[in-house]
Design a protein around this ligand. Structure first.
Ligand code: GLN
Length: 486
């Protein structure tokens, strides 16, 4: 490489250069690894870097130009959140419990990226089992925000967002259960796409809350997010919840005009507890959409303000069930114990899980227990249905709902560690769309006076990733006006 403009190369540019023979996969991969080495001491975005494996894969690609010419992600270096299984490559989920776990198989999304020609250079840092909003709950130390290393990159896909924001590589996979792709994207100033629940297979994604978990994409541009989604989306025999509906051509969808599309803004919700500068940048983003010819109007989501407590009930209940498997018997850690089975379970879980995990397992177990199930879990599910119905009603009037991605810009490391509820409120605007299963994207929409990125979140109808990417692309390139009447 290095890019002449000083801006990092996009996946599209790398792919085109590799296919045209102007760049080798090995060169692209080497450049990414070198850039990672430069940034890593400052931001710690990775749990594992697999330089040798990556260079070998790159050389294999370069040896087969006929194949390279067909690959949509030929030679594109990518990073993978460390809760997605990679065969033969340690996968920790940010936890001591899986510190030495080497999966025997690839997650479907990982396999599909590699089949498309992408080169995996490393596994990114994340909150333990994806539970958190700052990457500070990782057992391997926090990631720092490349924009301002005294601040968090957000979480739980903080390592993926930070490495893309650093410019080291154009695309990283993350996972989003209640905001974990979108919120770090917003904190780091990159694009974060959470597809519809079921758009991307969850096979090989280490389970947190199975009715919410979805693999997502962090990228520098909407166009690159589209390329990545194209590679990973679609049905999978290994995951019954992966939807069978056909995957549209996302790159083609980017070119469709946006003028006339309707965007709903839930004003009452946005008025609540939002940082002044975030609200200002959000208002300006809505003005920009209007200037591009979109019809921006008010909508109401009356139950959306309950999203955070409902999310934490549902997600913790599911997590408590999913995490029961880490018992010292099957795989992962087995801590020294007193010789009894119960003793082994208890010692392993005590040593393997961090404080936040224990908090959530206790909350979830409580919410599911006899006598409390009706009062907590079942009621949570009913409010979830109301939140979903609000969105359905809104989508009868508009094509997208716009919200800030997060109520604040990136906060300082350590600032919320003593206050879990403050930490949970980072998901004020992202948890609702997750509970409803809807696709949503975060795109950079300006900076605060201190230079901290702010994200605009667009939420779409079920399976309308194409629409989201199209509006995001128009917003990003400022090209929407040109489409009007063109
Ligand atoms: N921040 C949220 C939580 O702590 C969301 C996490 C996620 O989406 N994985 O659960």
């Amino acid at each position: 490489m290095p890019p002449e403009s000083g801006r990092p190369l996009t996946a599209l540019a790398i792919r085109n250069a590799v296919r045209a023979g102007r760049l080798t996969a090995a060169q692209a991969c080497r450049a990414a690894l070198d850039a990672i080495d430069v940034h890593e001491p400052r931001i710690h975005a990775y749990i594992s870097i697999c330089a040798d494996r990556a260079m070998e894969a790159a050389h294999r690609l370069d040896a087969d130009p006929a194949r390279v010419a067909r690959l949509p992600l030929a030679g594109v270096p990518v990073a993978i959140k460390d809760n997605l299984c990679t065969a033969g490559l340690r996968t920790t989920a940010g936890s001591r419990m899986l510190e030495a776990f080497v999966p025997p198989y690839d997650a479907t999304a990982v396999r599909r990226l590699e089949e498309a020609g992408a080169i995996i250079v490393g596994k990114t840092n994340c909150d333990e089992f994806a539970m958190g909003a700052s990457t500070e709950y990782s057992a391997f130390g926090p990631t720092r925000n490349p924009v301002d290393p005294s601040r968090t990159p957000g979480g739980s896909s903080g390592g993926s967002a930070a490495t893309v924001a650093s410019g080291a590589l154009p695309i990283a996979l993350g996972s989003d259960t209640g905001g974990s792709v979108r919120q770090p994207a917003s904190f780091c100033g990159v694009v974060g796409l959470k597809p519809t629940y079921g758009r991307v297979s969850r096979y090989g994604l280490i389970a947190f809350a199975s009715s919410l978990d979805q693999v997502g994409v962090l990228a520098g541009t909407a166009e690159d997010a589209a390329l990545a989604l194209q590679a990973i989306a679609g049905a999978d025999a290994a995951d019954a919840t992966a939807a069978g509906r056909p995957v549209p051509d996302y790159a083609a969808a980017l070119e469709h005009p946006v003028a006339g599309l309707r965007v709903g803004v839930p004003r009452a919700l946005v008025a609540d507890e939002v940082d002044e500068e975030v609200r200002d940048r959000f208002d300006r983003a809505c003005e920009a959409l209007r200037a591009f010819g979109l019809d921006v109007r008010d909508v109401s989501l009356p139950h959306a303000r309950h999203a955070v407590p409902v999310y934490h009930l549902v997600a913790s209940a599911e997590a408590s069930a999913n995490l029961a498997r880490y018992d010292g018997v099957r795989y992962g850690l087995r801590a020294p114990h007193d010789g009894s089975v119960i003793g082994m379970n208890a010692a392993t879980r005590d040593a393997g899980f961090g404080r936040e995990l224990k908090r959530r397992i206790m909350l979830g177990t409580y919410a599911l227990s006899a006598g409390y199930y009706e009062a907590y879990y079942a009621r949570g599910q009913r409010v979830r249905a109301l939140i979903r119905a609000d969105f359905e009603a809104a989508f009868r009037e508009v094509d997208f709902v716009a919200l800030p991605t997060a109520p604040t810009p990136a906060f300082r490391l350590g600032e919320r560690l003593d206050n879990p509820v403050q930490m949970y409120l980072a998901d004020l605007f992202t948890a609702g769309p997750s509970l409803a299963g809807l696709p949503a994207i975060s795109i950079p929409c300006g900076e605060t006076r201190e230079g901290l990125p702010v994200g605009l979140q667009l939420v779409g109808r079920m399976f309308d990733e194409a629409g989201l990417l199209r509006v995001a692309h128009a917003f990003e390139t400022g090209a929407a006006g040109r489409n009007d009447g063109a």
